[in-house]
Design a protein around this ligand. Structure first.
Ligand code: C2E
Ligand code: MG
Ligand code: MG
Ligand code: MG
Length: 292
């Protein structure tokens, strides 16, 4: 009986594994075709200046409009895209699309809006990031100062020298860099003196709990003060309500992002909300006042 059970158990696991690898295989096949079929989309989430409430930038977030499964978030496919190296071609598309959209916003009168793009370590280790960024800026006619590239701490722990060289080259084109999910990397902070970084994005896991957990509040305060002492800007991620927003403003955090203002939106919806925000804050308005 025990033997028979064992056999059944084995069969069960094999079936499970076959289903898994089957799904994986289908996802990879789909990913390979997705660029050609133009199934990728970029959604945009605003970055807001906490003192003025003005929308000062947007973060581009990748989505896959899957023919059967609907709109997929990066959690579903990003790991596979990285493992297979497909993220290199996808990443080129993201850079190009994000820069083109930012330039379109500038042309519509939002001339100071920044665009932020997330990068994967594979784009540094196996791609030619410098070339791709320069190409995207040139084709979209966007000045490098409006492009911000988001890196993770783990990315900087890899082949740091290779990354540093590419970062420095891109800095020379005005492109800036930020550390995403800051505080979750458990790394020593020495890399901050090696890399020319402009801002730290405080991870949502701290931000979300600053009103309930003294420890998370203290970590957040420490990050903000630490960033200030290094001359870096701080961005709080995952702000979902007014109380947390107000607290972060008091603590001196510069920018915020989160559902409190908006989820990531398609370009068209983002544009109409951007228009409203600029109309109400009266700055950088796309329709200049008629001189009298
Ligand atoms: P991330 O760069 O840290 O982006 C923030 C994530 O938090 C986004 O998830 C966003 O939708 C979500 N978020 C924003 N505000 C809130 C909030 O108030 N509450 C909650 N609960 N969530 C919020 P998303 O779009 O699913 O992206 C997940 C991750 O996938 C990103 O994390 C980034 O690491 C990666 N990713 C997204 N697009 C790209 C891309 O084009 N290239 C690469 N390499 N990675 C990307
Ligand atoms: Mg990010
Ligand atoms: Mg800039
Ligand atoms: Mg993040």
């Amino acid at each position: 009986q025990a033997k028979a059970d064992g056999k059944n158990l084995c069969r069960f696991f094999n079936d499970q594994m076959n289903t898994l690898s089957q799904e994986r295989f289908e996802l990879i096949t789909g990913l390979r075709l997705a660029i050609k079929r133009q199934e990728f989309r970029l959604h945009y989430q605003p970055k807001i200046a906490l003192d003025s409430g003005q929308w000062v930038g947007a973060e581009a977030l990748l989505r896959w409009q899957h023919p059967e499964k609907g709109l997929l978030a990066p959690a579903v496919f990003m790991a596979l895209a990285e493992e297979t190296g497909l993220i290199i071609d996808i990443g080129k598309w993201v850079l190009q699309q994000a820069c083109t959209q930012c330039r379109a916003w500038h042309d519509q009168g939002f001339a100071s809006l920044d665009i932020a793009v997330n990068l994967s370590s594979v784009q540094f280790s196996r791609g030619n990031l410098e070339r791709e960024v320069k190409k995207a800026l040139k084709k979209s006619d966007l000045d490098g100062q409006f492009l911000e590239l988001e890196l993770t701490e783990s990315l900087l722990l890899g082949d740091a020298e290779k990354v540093r060289i590419q970062v420095d080259k891109l800095r020379a084109h005005g492109v800036s860099f930020s550390i995403d999910d800051f505080g979750t990397g458990y790394s020593n902070l020495g890399y901050l003196s090696k890399f020319d970084i402009e801002s730290l994005k405080i991870d949502q896991s701290f931000v979300r709990k600053i009103l309930d957990s003294e420890q998370d509040l203290n970590i957040t305060i420490a990050i903000i003060n630490f960033a200030k002492s290094l001359g870096l800007t701080t961005v709080a991620e995952g702000i979902e309500d007014a109380e947390i927003m107000a607290k972060l403003a008091v603590l001196g955090c510069d920018l915020g992002q989160g559902y409190y203002w908006s989820k990531p939106l398609d370009a068209e919806t983002f544009t109409s909300l951007l228009r409203q925000n600029h109309a109400s804050s009266g700055q950088d308005s796309p329709t200049p006042a008629v001189p009298d």
